[in-house]
Write a protein that binds this ligand. Sequence first.
Ligand code: BGC
Length: 768
Amino acid sequence: MKQYLKLDEWSIIEEGFDPENHEVSESVFSIGNGHMGQRANFEEDYTGKTLQGSYMAGVYYPDKTRVGWWKNGYPEYFAKVLNSTNWIGLKIEIDGENLDLHNVNVKEFVRELNMKEGYLERTFIATLKEGKEVKINTKRFVSIVDKEVGTIRYSVTPLNFNGELKVTSYLDGDVINQDANYDEKFWDHVATEVTNDYGSVTVKTKKTEFVLCSTKKTELVHNGTKVSFAPELIEKEKFVGHAFAQNLEQGKETVIYKYASNVTSRDHDASQLIKVGMESLQAALNKGFEKMEEEQRQAWADKWKESDIVIEGDVAAQQGIRFNIFQLNQTYTGEDDRLNIGPKGFTGEKYGGSTYWDTEAYCLPFYLSTADPKIARNLLVYRYKHLEKAIENAEKLGFSDGAALYPMVTMNGEESHNEWEITFEEIHRNGAIAYAIYNYVNYTDDKSYLGEYGLDVLVGISRFWAQRVNYVAAKDQYMMLGVTGPNEYENNVNNNWYTNRIAAWTLEYTLSVMDYLKETDANRYEALQKKLNIKGDETSKWVEIIEKMYYPFDEELGVFLQQDGFLDKELIHVKDLDEKHLPLNQNWSWDRILRSCFIKQADVLQGMYFLNDEFDMETKKKNFDFYEPMTVHESSLSPCVHSILACELGYKDKAYEMYLRTARLDLDNYNNDTEDGCHTTSMAGTWMSVVQGFGGLKVRNNQLILNPFIPGEWKSFSFKIVFRGALLNINVTDETIQITNEADVTTPLIVHGTKYEVKGNDTLSIQY
Ligand code: BGC
């Protein structure tokens, strides 16, 4: 863990340039707008260690699978998030010397990610040959108002000399993915165009044939006056550039404005891309940098209005939570139901495909509580649209009759993961997808979703579970063999308690949804019954499975067993391990990890978190006390679930310790891997730790419930939630809970067990 970023409530700030930190900073300072995003690569050339990354949402390449030993059922390819045309490039030469921070002396370097207003800024002084000092200030953002446009203001001021600046402003589509399996280039050239004013590069992905058209224009302002220039035009395969020169005068600023638009065939007719690209570029040019900047500021202010969390008395915690909220809002904005939230968002290549169970298990609650319900709904519709593919996926593995197995990793609904113990066995992901439907309807009360989309998905998943269990006649019980639970440090186990429980729960929930539809909309139910071919003997089988599901349990300890045989292991606590062994995944052989008792992430406790009301406090406590001490939290998704349960159990110190592990995971590079990209999906877990953990937010039987407590380290904290038309700002100190309703509807709620009501545009204060 290395802390080199300055603490600040609203910004991430790096002072001083250390090339060793550069790739981590490139991840942390990433910017995005849901449509596109990019790592904080420098605009000018940089020959030091860097991971170039500019990504377009939903644009991927099916990279041929590479595995040591092929297993039947493996997918042919792994869908990769693609490094796309570099639109930020500005080659800067001063008196013939190329500006490259790897080769010059750099001082007064400051990099800032301003999260309040949504931009990235960098300032430094470079010392060139003969002691010439030049000050550079560069600011850029991808607009959250005009999603296809990004813009840069790059300023150059010579401090102690007069000289000549040469700029080459370019678009470069000849880029690679570092994680390409066969060193293949994923983009083909389609067209380039360049005139004195504009340039465009159109490229197409191999196989998937996504077309990306990037257009750009560059403007020059010297000492406050716009300068026209006759550029040298450069045109190569997948590349266009404009090169131009400007005399530099000591102390006077020269500013290069670069505007670029990136449009894809996902959103527009491929034959019209240049036209729409030029139109969106022109609209940005008409506004100009300052107006776009103003709109960006306003749009981010609106986002923060609904999603901010304020922590008083702990700047590190404040910065951490705002960073997480910022990155989530940069990654997924919810207008496009074909998109999802990749574990790295727009911050890196690793993990390829965009969708894991992370979305349903961790991200959904964030979007449910901080945005219009249609955004969370779109996340569910995404899976509905992939139902047919999930059925095909199950068929490939030998299931039938509409059984659906959603992929472990996907871009387009097809599985692209290829480790048998996960691809074929980590099937609990299906349960999270079913649970997300419950979660959405429970929170929003939008029951229309059930008849419109929900039941189709629930039936597909239920059919899978009904075929995946096996009946053991000797015990008169149903079991589930050969699975991997959420704890990936155990593979191919029998009767993972969590998987068995979430499977049976899905069947229960599906049956209850059917009953609900029968009662409330018999016609719709009948139509669905016909369409899905639901038969009475099928549902009776589900009832039987629910009744006879086997759950490993130890009477003496009073705990559910993670899987059969768990107690045969040598049970050691993490605190009794020598520090040198941690993290286990970097120090132990896989074999040793698998045989140990150590748990990667919440497993039994994931079930206690999801199905919280099924268990009494005593049961939750026993299971937490038993499992947490053996948990190494080596998945970034782990600490948040533990933090929430610890809050519920009154384990305040543990709750705070777990919160800290999640809140600044990337800012402090906790897992020593942030250079690959940020852990975007786990950021939603951090939000959950504050709102569901310290805030104690739950919704039960249409009632909003809060059980807040404040960690001793904080003076106060407040969070915002949208709930059924209300926008509530909940402020907690160690004496009061104040709930301000910023919308116009009255909201009943229960705080620490007492019923209250907060009227529209009113504030409720509770002493405790
Ligand atoms: C975790 C999975 C998760 C994946 C992507 C893995 O390390 O064990 O639960 O889905 O990362 O975030």
